[in-house]
Design a protein around this ligand. Structure first.
Ligand code: EPU
Length: 417
């Protein structure tokens, strides 16, 4: 296993390029199940989760190749319809093949994901949607078995706007008979990117990016030739790094318009922004101000940025209140930040962070993807040396992070534990 060693306290300056969005690439890879032929995907980040989705598709009988030019997928011959436990347990997003498999093959067997480090994360809404579309759903020995000769369009209302649930139903509906209407759909940019990818395959989808999505089923689709949007969470993470290190970072190949809620809060914390060609320049203040925030579904403040924002607030002037409203257990980073001297108390889903002058380097353990990112944010500004173990979590979602940070002037290296 690898660990990261960071000597903090440097101002990071320079230019960084953002990779393609993991959470858009994963459903779009799953969408390749829906059509025969060679699918070409551009701007695919080279990450562990992407390789897991590739293995999952290869396990179904698909061809998968990923290099610096992108991914090639071919699902013409699918001989298997199962997502086994050993893959689903390493990546919950494996559940994204459920909708496309039922749509294309009329059957799917997908391991139930179980809880994870950030919450229980059930998939009841995905299953409710498929049932409404006429699928028979059985739960057997930890697996979901779904079957339908041909899915039928249906009116589906989500109690909670679920991102992968909306994506699964959208992919199921594009080949269904008739019209599907999803109400209270998730509005995240990754949902819109999947819809745009499906439309480029010939799907009929209206309203994606809004809370009502209408899909008229078609009988066949063509292969993809599509470029994935930039990763808004990687972008946001570099913004917090500029903020906490009093740095000056120009972030290129990104979409700041996907981060309005975050940028608003970062401005309140004293960070300045300048629009530049193909990106944004982010300038951190000598000392951050405290700012309160609450995570919400898009366009609200993203839960995937909560941990990194909290790391910043640990050294802000004043007290901040941060509420987590999406996942019930997403404060795993708090215990680690406290080991660096942070003054944080938690009550229910709310953390109160009393800013201190300076964090101190310490040996730390990464617990999930975004928690790991927050420890890097903290370590870059801390006094002295921090080691972060179990960074395989980080490799699920951040492409070459130590190279990107090194080029901005960070003292960071990876070594074997
Ligand atoms: N929920 C249910 N029932 C369901 C589905 C969801 O109760 O059937 C609940 C969840 O437990 C949660 C809320 O609805 O409380 C929202 O969860 P959602 O389904 O939107 O999350 P997700 O689709 O499992 C995606 C991202 C996450 C990101 C969340 C929220 C992917 C592959 N994953 O998860 O990304 O945090 O949306 O924006 O798109 C990450 O990248 O680190 C990550 C965790």
């Amino acid at each position: 296993m690898d660990r990261l060693i960071i000597n903090g306290g440097r101002k990071l300056t320079g230019t960084v390029e953002i990779s393609g969005a993991k959470n858009a690439a994963l459903p779009i890879m799953a969408a390749s199940i829906l059509a025969e032929g060679d699918h070409l995907l551009h701007n695919v980040p080279r990450l562990r989760d992407i390789m897991t989705m590739g293995r999952l598709l290869a396990n179904l009988g698909a061809g998968f190749h990923l290099d610096e030019n992108g991914a090639i997928l071919n699902c013409s011959r699918i001989s298997n319809y199962e997502a086994p436990y050993d893959l689903v347990s390493t990546m919950r997003a494996s559940v994204l093949i459920l909708g496309p498999l039922v749509a294309r093959l009329g059957r799917a067997k997908v391991s139930l994901p179980g809880g994870c480090a950030i919450g229980a994360r059930p998939i009841n809404l995905h299953l409710m949607g498929l049932k409404k579309m006429g699928a028979s759903i059985k739960l057997e020995a930890g697996y979901v078995l779904a079957r339908a000769k041909r899915l039928r369009g249906a009116a589906i209302y989500f109690d909670i706007p679920t991102v992968t649930g909306t994506e699964n139903i959208m992919m199921a509906a594009v080949l269904a008979e008739g019209r599907t209407v999803i109400e209270n759909a998730a509005k995240e940019p990754e949902v819109l990117d999947l819809a745009n990818a499906l439309i480029s395959m010939g799907a009929k989808i209206k309203g994606a990016g809004d809370s009502t999505i209408e899909i008229d089923g078609v009988t066949s689709l063509r292969p993809l030739d599509y470029s994935i949007i930039p990763d808004r969470i990687e972008t946001g993470t570099f913004m917090t790094i500029a903020g906490i290190t009093a740095g000056d970072i120009t972030i290129k190949k990104c979409r700041p318009d996907h981060l309005d809620a975050l940028i608003d809060k970062l401005r309140a914390a004293g960070i300045r922004f300048r629009n530049v060609k193909d990106g944004i320049r982010v300038i951190g203040p000598e000392r951050l101000n405290a700012a309160n925030t609450k995570t919400m579904p898009y366009p609200g403040f993203p839960t995937d940025m909560q941990a990194q924002f909290m790391a910043m607030m640990c050294v802000a002037q004043g007290t901040s209140v941060i509420s987590e409203k999406i996942f019930e257990n997403r404060f795993m980073h708090v215990a680690e930040l406290r080991r660096m001297g942070a003054d944080i108390t938690i009550e229910g889903g709310t953390a109160t962070v009393r800013g201190i002058e300076r964090l101190k380097g310490a040996p730390l353990m990464a617990t999930d993807l975004r928690a790991s990112a927050s420890l890097i944010v903290a370590a870059l500004a801390a006094e002295g040396r921090t080691t972060i173990s179990r960074i395989y979590h980080l490799d699920r979602g951040y492409e070459k992070i130590e190279d990107k940070l090194g080029r901005l002037g960070a003292d960071i290296r990876r070594e074997k534990e």
